[in-house]
Design a protein around this ligand. Sequence first.
Ligand code: SF4
Length: 194
Amino acid sequence: MDRSPSRPKLLLHACCGVCSAYVPEILRDEYDVTIYYDNPNIFPQEEFDRRAEAARVMAEKYGLPFILVPQGTIDWYRAVRGHAKARENGERCRKCITHRLDAAFRYAKTHHFDIVATTVSVSRRKNIEQVHAAGRALASVHGIPFLDRDWRKGGGERESQRRAKEAGIYRQEYCGCVYSLVKMKARVKSRVTS
Ligand code: SF4
C-alpha cells in the first residue's frame, strides 16, 4: 500500500498476532498505519517472541511497517508493583496498559506520528473504558490524540480470531503477564480435576 503524505500517521500499539489480524485492516484506508509491538508485560520470553512473530506476519500481510521493541521487563514490574494479586481488569491491568501506552506515546512523539491507538481493547476480556481512559489521559500528557474507537463493533473480536486462524499464526491462551499465566493454568487444572 502507498504511504500517502496526505493521511495522518498512526502508531498502532499491538500486543499479539490475533489483535493485529483485523484492526490494521479497518484503519489503513484512513491512516498511514505503523504497527508497534512493545509489551514488556509478556511472560515468558518465548511467549513474547511467538506473539511478536505473529504480529510481524500480520503486518507483512497488510504491507505495514512493523516496529519491535525488545523485551525489557524491569520497568514493567516496577509499574505494577504491589498489585500482583489484583483481579484482571483491576489496578494491575490499569497500570500495565498505561505503562505500555505511555511508551507508545513517547515513541510517537519522537518519531512525529499524528495519532496513537491500541488494539488491546479488541478483546472482550479487556475493559474498553479502562483502555480508553488510559489513552485519553496520556494524549493530554503527550499532546498527541488517542483514537478511542470500539474495535469490537460488528463482531470485531470474532473477525480477529477468524483471520488469525486463517493466517495460521500463533493464538495465545492468556492475557500475557506471569499473573495471568498462573491464573490460566489454575483454570485448566480445575477443569481437568472437576
Ligand atoms: S492481565 Fe493482561 S493487562 Fe492485566 S497486567 Fe496482566 S498482561 Fe497486563
